[in-house]
Write a protein that binds this ligand. Structure first.
Ligand SMILES: [Zn+2]
Ligand SMILES: [Zn+2]
Length: 310
């Protein structure tokens, strides 16, 4: 049974990073635990570049990155069928987003502007929470061996922990396909309302539609924002500006999640909820509850992939 004491808080993350580095420099028996490798920092820090190696470290700790045995196997599971699903999702989603955005502008009035702004803000916060919930669920439970969802939807999360820079090599379709798929149904329903319902009815639900649109748009963009948080070279100035002002997930902020064993800071849209959720012990309590109810151990599949050596 997991207890509060068996886990590390966000406050100890810096210590974990140091522990990881100590393990890598060969001090102590913990070096044999590949989970202690702070791979995000190694692969992405501007000063270290995208250094990778097929050779294990001198202390026996496997290299992280695209040459890691688990990362190679997971990358090979990306199939043409999956690619097609992503293409269809991206096209449908962006058509619907554009149509709904134009419709919202068309019906916009300055009446209720305060509640419209509040609805948009609530939509963005909800998207951040949803990103955390989905990310936490996929990181913590399930396995790549599960039928259909394993290879299609859990695989990218496993790959991301052992090869965090892979996402920076994914094109727009692979980066955004799955998130686009998730928002198609609510966006299609909104488009239906704009096409077939009377203006009176549309005005009545206008604030709610602003909430749903902000939620859907930020949910759609989540993995793009996540990709930017792993990109240290060549980002557009406006993206860096949004990161620096914490409008979207900042790079340093997301590094906290990439300290093994990846048990905190799951929200990857804006990251606004990470600190309060960590302080409340939200993810730990949820894991304790599920572990108590099912007996499943959190992150056991993630650990299995991290330890793969061939
Ligand atoms: Zn993760
Ligand atoms: Zn990440």
């Amino acid at each position: 049974m997991l207890t509060a004491n068996s886990r590390r808080s966000k406050d100890s993350v810096g210590l974990d990073w140091l522990a990881g580095n100590m393990a890598r420099t060969g001090s102590g028996g913990a070096a044999s635990d590949p989970r202690l490798c702070p791979m995000a920092e190694e692969g992405e820090a501007p000063e270290s570049g995208n250094r990778e190696s097929t050779e294990p470290d001198k202390d026996g700790c496997p290299r992280w990155g695209s040459q890691h045995a688990g990362a190679r196997e997971l990358a090979e599971l990306y199939s043409p069928g999956k690619r097609l699903q992503e293409w269809i999702s991206v096209i449908l989603c962006f058509v619907l987003l554009s149509f709904n955005f134009c419709s919202l502008i068309r019906y916009f009035t300055l009446d209720h502007i305060t509640s419209i702004i509040f609805s948009i803000f609530a939509g963005i916060v909800t998207a951040d929470f949803a990103s955390g919930l989905v990310h936490w669920g996929a990181d913590t439970w399930g396995s790549v061996e599960l039928p259909i969802v394993g290879k299609a939807f859990i695989r990218p999360f496993r790959e991301h922990h052992i090869d965090p820079t892979a996402i920076t090599r994914h094109d727009f379709i692979e980066t955004n396909g799955d998130n686009c798929m998730l928002t198609i149904i609510p966006l299609a329903y909104m488009a239906y309302k704009f096409m077939f319902l009377s203006p009176d009815v549309i005005h009545k639900s206008y604030q709610m539609d602003c909430f749903v649109f902000a939620l859907a748009m930020f949910a759609t963009l989540t993995n793009q924002i996540h990709k930017w948080s792993h990109t240290y070279f060549g980002l557009p100035t406006w993206v860096v500006f949004l990161q620096d002002w914490h409008v979207i997930l900042p790079r340093k902020h997301h590094r906290i999640h990439h300290v093994s064993p990846h048990e905190t800071y799951f929200c990857i849209t804006t990251g606004w909820l990470n600190y309060p959720l960590e302080k409340a012990g939200f993810w730990r309590r949820l894991e304790d509850f599920i572990h108590g109810a099912t007996g499943e151990k959190p992150r056991s599949d993630d650990l299995k992939w991290a330890q793969k050596v061939k």
